[in-house]
Design a protein around this ligand. Structure first.
Ligand code: ATP
Length: 360
């Protein structure tokens, strides 16, 4: 196992910059998920790390050794792709064994590794089955098992559960989670799905426009987004951003969204955007001493018995998530409360401002 360090890694396709001078360290023995919207450069970054794409600039180091010019086959990395890559017409066991034979692993060690990885992935009963008889999810487990059994220094996964049906997705995700937990290998995992990222990652490297905008454990990314993009991308739906909706004077914030002024501790003078997550907005049918009246413009039921409300105040549209029972009663008006401790402030570049807010 090793750290993977990338220094100033860039990739241009003609005049288009797919990855722009990215520097970071993927820590040894941890799972780092590259998360971001389609086209933000995740796959290109991963392909440069594994050696399938030549960087325009920058370096890739594995365990401190510069491998930028080393061939993929010599990088001691394993990779699992979106579509399962297996040796058709042979058994699952043979699929796992062939690369180990090529790596000159002894017979006893081969058996030990195959049994161990098959058990973790729940495919022990399938070892003698021909891979052609398996569905996509089964074949993907074989592809994962084969790479894991080789014990590479680093394992890379490029959207490995994107192309399986919903039920198999959950099963594969569980299987991957147990592989990651049992083996503690250095893993870099690409996905555009935040739920997948949240459940598998030790750290998430959130990407946008060819750059990593924040690298942090999932709960930090959710609770302390570095900028408006991170606030918006994480969450379902993402954070609300209210511009021109407040004033901060002498450390006191006033806003039509708050029933009373709020104290701000920190350098918040540059703040131009107020952020609040839909699930942190309290909404009720009746007013109370802390609430503000808003218009309900639309209501829909989302999963988990929750209702998504679209609300409006002073020409600002925003969203709130409430339990379905109370949501049903909010037909055209609702009374909202914004807990000061859940309010975020951002500057004109969209960067988060470190500040603490509390009731005055
Ligand atoms: P997705 O999840 O859709 O695969 P991604 O974040 O993995 O997105 P990349 O596949 O890395 O994104 O692509 C980043 C950008 O680079 C995209 O705009 C893509 O069209 C472009 N790109 C990727 N490979 C090439 C190539 N070989 N030639 C030209 N442009 C490319």
């Amino acid at each position: 196992m090793s750290d993977v360090e990338i220094i100033g890694l860039s990739k241009d396709f003609g005049s288009f910059v797919a990855v722009e001078s990215v520097s970071t360290i993927f820590r040894e023995g941890t799972v780092t998920v590259l998360l971001g919207p389609s086209g933000c450069g995740k796959t290109t970054l991963m392909r440069m790390i594994v050696g399938l794409e030549k960087p325009t600039a920058g370096q890739v180091l594995i365990g401190g050794e510069d491998v930028t010019r080393v061939a993929t086959s010599k990088r001691r990395m394993g990779m699992v792709f979106q579509y399962p890559v297996v040796y058709r017409g042979t058994s699952v066991a043979r699929n796992l064994e062939l690369p180990l034979i090529a790596d000159k692993v002894s017979k006893g060690e081969r058996k030990k590794r195959i049994d161990e990885v098959a058990e973790i992935l729940g495919i022990t009963d399938l070892l003698q089955v021909n891979v052609d008889k398996l569905d996509n999810a089964g074949r993907q487990k074989v592809a994962v098992a084969r790479e894991v059994a080789r014990k590479p220094e680093v394992l890379l996964f490029d959207e490995p559960i994107t192309n399986v049906d919903l039920t198999s997705k959950l099963e594969l995700k569980r299987a991957l989670k147990s592989v990651f937990q049992e083996l503690r290998q250095t893993i870099i995992y690409v996905t555009h799905d935040q739920t997948e990222a949240m459940s598998l990652a030790d750290d998430i490297a959130l990407m946008n426009d060819g750059k990593i905008v924040q690298l942090a454990p999932p709960h930090v990314l959710y609770h302390e987004p570095a900028d408006v993009f991170a606030g918006w991308f994480l969450g379902n739906p993402g954070m609300n951003f209210l511009r021109d909706s407040f004033v901060i004077e002498q450390g006191v914030l006033t806003s039509p969204f708050l029933s009373a002024p709020v104290r701000v501790f920190g350098d918040a003078g540059r703040a131009v955007v107020l952020g609040i997550r839909p699930e942190h907005i309290g909404a009720s049918v009746e007013p109370n001493s802390n609430s503000v009246e808003v218009a309900v413009t639309s209501r829909s039921i989302s999963i988990g018995g929750q209702a998504l409300l679209e609300l409006e105040l002073d020409g600002h549209g925003f969203k709130a998530v409430v339990d379905h029972g109370s949501g049903k009663k909010m037909t055209d008006r609702a009374w909202i409360t914004l807990p000061p401790s859940k309010i975020f402030l951002f500057d004109s570049d969209g960067r988060a401002i470190v500040a603490t807010l509390s009731g005055a």
